[in-house]
Design a protein around this ligand. Structure first.
Ligand code: ATP
Ligand code: MG
Length: 425
């Protein structure tokens, strides 16, 4: 026997038992984004390495040690995208879209060479949302509301929203100087990463998850005290909008993001049900990035959902049923196959979204009802000899204990619409 070639560590297959959860999440996110007027874009998975170095930042975990970078046959340095914002910004500049207001979303795999563990993979998937040309906190609030609506539609509870403001780059530079002084004074308490970042990217020290570093981080001077006026007004505006919209949040003054392009608003949605990998969605404002990548200065804001982590939450809850048939048509009357196909076609025509399986290949009433049950359908519609003679079907509920009902064929569409909550017409 040949040796089995295995998948790459941290890169997973999604098999049929999991795809329904993915569909549910993707369909829900897509519907919610459409409800807010966001348009889909599809972007390449490979970009020039320079794009990520210049946007995410040279001194970040992602660019320093997590990227899948290779030289192609032309000798160009290319990278599998570790996130979606940089490519999206490149695309809107290149296409000219950035010249007008845009609300966009994209979806797909991202690649980071991290240590694989639950909720952390080397190929993972994001749903990303970006808005361009809109400056106020209203867009930040809108995007937070989009997240909240997606969680609600998925029935996810217990997600916490943490928000913070990083201020403008100028305000951050002032804070940075103070922070560097503080960190220098405690140099021997810094771990190796911290010591290295002290020079290149001191704010990232605050993002360290290393337990031994936490007292030092707790004692550090606070960014909030160095916020500039415009950032403060922006942040207060956002918090007020969230309050009025009834979105609960917690201001976390230690929240900094792992990517350099954020300024002003940053936020994370977290859960305590996934251990250390508890951030399911992260975003904020990046008003300087379009210019930094060669476009005209354009305010922008966005977020990305980590799909694997949401899937893990969904899998812990109720099983989705949206991929299972609503009904299974049992064709027990002799020679009624053609009539059954016709009936099924009429029902599909009459009811938008109806998922109906017609029994094929005959079989006794008992066998067919068994198949109906195994299909996962809610209802068995039984067309037997007696039903056929009376112009009816019998409806058997497969997931509830309820008496069988007789429904005239002429009324079947309306009956199913009522029971299944489907629209007629
Ligand atoms: P973390 O702090 O968990 O490493 P991050 O700050 O690196 O996250 P972002 O780059 O902001 O994350 O990505 C947005 C979201 O994508 C994260 O909140 C998370 O849900 C998801 N994500 C990031 N990296 C991974 C990964 N390696 N595997 C699975 N999901 C990930
Ligand atoms: Mg990370």
């Amino acid at each position: 026997m040949q040796r089995l070639i295995q998948s790459i560590r941290g890169m997973n297959d999604v098999l049929p038992d999991a795809t329904p959860y993915w569909r549910l999440l993707e369909d829900t996110a897509r519907e919610v984004l459409a409800a807010y007027g966001y348009q889909e874009v599809r972007l390449p998975i490979v970009e020039r390495t320079e794009l990520f170095a210049r946007s995410i930042g040279e001194v970040t975990d992602i660019v320093e040690k997590e990227m899948y970078t290779f030289t192609d046959r032309n000798g160009d340095s290319l990278t599998l995208r570790p996130e979606g914002t940089a490519g999206c910004v490149r695309a809107v500049i290149e296409s000219g879209l950035a010249r007008s207001e845009q609300r966009l979303w994209y979806q797909g795999p991202m690649f980071r060479h991290e240590r694989p563990q639950k909720g952390r993979y080397r190929q993972f998937h994001q749903f990303g949302v970006e808005a361009f040309g809109l400056e106020g906190p209203d867009v930040d609030a809108e995007q937070i509301l989009i997240g909240a609506r997606i969680w609600r539609r998925l029935g996810l509870e217990g997600l916490t929203l943490e928000v913070n403001s990083l201020g403008t780059p100028a305000a951050r530079a002032a804070y940075r100087a103070v922070l560097v002084d503080y960190l220098r004074a405690h140099f021997d308490q810094l771990d190796e990463d911290g010591q290295r970042r002290l020079e290149g990217n001191p704010l990232r020290v605050l993002d360290s998850k290393v337990p031994e570093m936490q007292p030092l981080i707790e004692g550090a001077p606070r960014l909030a005290e160095y916020l500039d006026e415009s950032s403060r007004i922006h942040f207060e505006g956002l918090l007020e909008m969230l309050e009025r919209a009834g979105v609960a949040y917690r201001v976390n003054p230690r929240l900094v993001r792992g990517l350099d392009y954020y300024e002003k608003t940053v936020y994370e949605w977290t859960t305590d049900r996934l251990g250390a990998q508890g951030t399911v969605c992260a975003g904020g404002r990046y008003d300087g990035l379009v210019e930094q990548l060669g476009g005209r200065r354009t305010p922008a804001a966005g977020f990305a959902i980590g799909l694997e982590r949401i899937i893990a939450l969904l899998e812990a809850g109720a099983q989705p049923r949206h991929h299972l048939p609503h009904a299974y048509l049992v064709v027990a009357a002799a020679g009624a196959e053609t009539e059954a196909l016709r009936l099924a076609e009429d029902l599909r025509e009459a009811l938008g979204g109806l998922r109906l399986v017609v029994n094929c290949g005959g079989g006794s009433l008992k066998t067919q009802v068994k198949r109906a049950d195994r299909s996962g359908a809610e209802l068995a519609l039984i067309l037997g000899d007696e039903e056929r003679a009376r112009g009816e079907v019998s409806v058997k509920r497969l997931r509830q204990d309820a008496p069988q009902e007789q429904v005239p064929l002429a009324a079947l569409g309306a009956y199913l619409a009522g029971v299944l909550g489907l629209a007629q017409g």
